[in-house]
Write a protein that binds this ligand. Structure first.
Ligand code: UTP
Length: 287
């Protein structure tokens, strides 16, 4: 079965980026000149996703506006002959259908995914976190949907982060591997290196079967009152096969200041219109 639906949870407060995120959603902070979430939406479109649900919350209407038409602006650009800019304004989501819903209370990532239950119905679906940008030749989520088509089971996108970094991520335990695919037996959120079963971290991309919704409903809120997707995935792995796939691509955590700066530098250097001048500027800095 092909994966045609995707969900982008983008309802979090973004407290690590305050004060910027007091009035501006972190997903709208630009990497060079393009909002972060647009890179993720493009990744979904490039992977052949047809229907996309973005989960927002109060104060995040700028995301909804960004994916709407902007007739006044478009006609000004058209009259001024600014065709490049017109293209950039119009082409934000390709041919995908984009839907929005609000998570009314920020009760965790698991709870945000539960808000997608009726959108998803009985199909497998992709999840792409709104603050993880992944650069590479093949869209990351497309790599995972291809694995779903092979295995017909939940696929978690992982990369090795080194044992010294495991305490920042959800880490998987696996019992066999076949190249880049591993069978998941357990998952643990932000373990200390001595307790970590591996250094394979789940990095913001998943293809999940609809059985996850029942698992989320059975998962209680944790210490901070949040329902964790990781806990529901552990439950899912007890009931059916769950795999981890080591995807190709460079991942940036743009919810974190350093990750955001790294993405900005790398993306600016890769731009035809900016790269050379920006490289010259960086070289001129006495670091
Ligand atoms: P994060 O914990 O990284 O995002 O959640 P956050 O809560 O926005 O950021 P900080 O920690 O306060 O800086 C991972 C993803 O889950 C979404 C976030 O928007 C992000 O894409 N999320 C989290 C929700 O949609 N709802 C929630 O209740 C919590």
């Amino acid at each position: 079965m092909k994966v045609k639906k995707a969900v982008i949870p983008a309802a979090g407060f973004g407290t690590r980026f305050l004060p910027a995120t007091k009035a501006v959603p972190k997903e709208m902070l630009p990497i060079v000149d393009t909002p972060t979430i647009q890179y993720i939406v493009r990744e979904a479109a490039d992977a052949g996703i047809e229907d996309l649900l973005i989960i927002t919350s109060r104060g995040k209407d700028a995301i909804v506006n960004h994916f709407d038409d902007a007739y006044e602006l478009e006609s000004v650009l058209e009259r001024g002959g600014k065709t490049d800019l017109l293209g950039a304004v119009k082409d934000v989501c390709g041919k995908m259908n984009i839907y929005f819903t609000r998570q009314r209370e920020q009760k965790g990532l698991g709870h945000a995914i539960l808000c997608a239950k009726s959108f998803v119905g009985s199909e497998p679906f992709a999840v792409m976190l709104g603050d993880d940008v992944i650069a590479g030749n093949t869209p990351c989520i497309g790599q995972l949907t291809a694995q779903y088509e092979k295995y017909g089971a939940t696929i978690l996108g992982v990369q090795r982060v080194g044992m010294e970094n495991v305490s920042k991520y959800g880490i998987v335990a696996c019992d066999f591997e076949r190249g880049k695919i591993h069978k998941v037996t357990d998952m643990t959120e932000k373990p200390q290196p001595k307790d970590a079963p591996s250094d394979m971290a789940v990095l913001g991309r998943y293809v999940i079967t609809p059985a996850i919704f029942e698992c989320i409903e059975k998962t209680g809120a944790g210490a901070l009152g949040e329902i964790q997707l990781t806990d529901a995935l552990v439950r899912l792995a007890e009931a059916e096969d769950v795999y981890a796939y080591e995807f190709d691509g460079k991942r940036y955590d743009i919810g974190n200041k350093l990750g955001f700066l790294q993405a900005t530098v790398d993306f600016a250097l890769a731009r035809d219109d900016l790269g050379d001048d920006f490289r010259k500027y960086l070289k001129s800095l006495e670091l």
